[in-house]
Design a binder for this molecule. Structure first.
Ligand code: HEM
Length: 207
């Protein structure tokens, strides 16, 4: 439940929080969804359009939005590794058997040395190739939200598929507005939940 449910639920909360503040990004996502939605048979007035996994799989911009959110708000914000044998890291740091190495994925996602001067900006474009039709290659040791190496997340594809369909279907059918007066802050926990939750108002779109 922790691996599969809380991570996806937490990621979705931060995604809707980021998108509610970036209506221009929501418009670009809706433009990407529009050709798919126009081919779907809507059962009647007021019926919602639901996007299937096969339809959202190749959507580069929607995926870039997910990755950009996971960069700034990784649901599993820390990694702890224990050194098995004395060694010297590629950086030159000596480590000794039994040492604990604590990696803050949340900090890594916000470091200028890794992501550039706009590291704190919410900018899905950074994930896109020049023609904007696909994602550029980003190694997993740079984008650690799903971990890297032999203990990488086994559910990454399922998680991305779930989030793409939920985000696409929600944004296509609803405008998401943040309720005023709430305090948004992360909870210090093994999962980067929102401490006070997220309160939004959904308004059905006329599509
Ligand atoms: C946004 C969603 C998710 C994120 C960010 C995420 C992230 C991660 C991370 C960082 C790890 C490495 C943990 C560690 O060893 O320290 C991990 C492991 C794992 N994840 Fe996920 N995960 C997500 C969703 C899922 C889903 C949906 C599933 C299952 C359907 C899943 C199954 C697993 C499993 C089984 C492992 C253990 C892999 C191993 O140790 O060999 N995860 N995940």
């Amino acid at each position: 439940m922790l691996a599969a449910r809380d991570t996806v639920g937490t990621a979705l909360t931060w995604i809707f929080y980021c998108l509610a503040q970036n209506p221009n990004i929501v418009s670009i996502m809706r433009n990407e969804l529009s050709p798919i939605a126009s081919h779907k048979v809507v059962a009647g007035v007021g019926t919602m359009v639901i996007f299937e996994p096969a339809e959202t799989k190749s959507l580069a911009y929607v995926r870039a939005v997910l990755y950009e959110t996971l960069r700034l708000y990784p649901p599993a914000p820390t990694e702890l590794k224990t050194v098995v044998a004395d060694d010297t890291m590629p950086s030159g740091h000596e480590v000794h058997a039994g040492d604990a190495i604590f990696i803050s994925l949340r900090s890594m996602g916000r470091m200028e040395g890794i992501w550039g001067k706009d590291c704190l900006d919410y900018n899905p474009d950074r994930w896109l190739s020049k023609d904007r039709n696909s994602l550029r290659y980003v190694p997993s040791h740079k984008f650690l939200a799903f971990n890297s190496g032999p203990r990488m997340c086994l559910g990454k594809d399922i998680a991305v598929m779930q989030m793409m369909t939920v985000v696409a279907s929600t944004l296509w059918n609803f405008d998401v507005h943040l309720l005023e007066g709430q305090s948004i802050e992360p909870k210090a926990s093994c999962i980067l939940e929102m401490k006070n939750g997220l309160m939004v108002k959904l308004k059905k779109r006329d599509v």
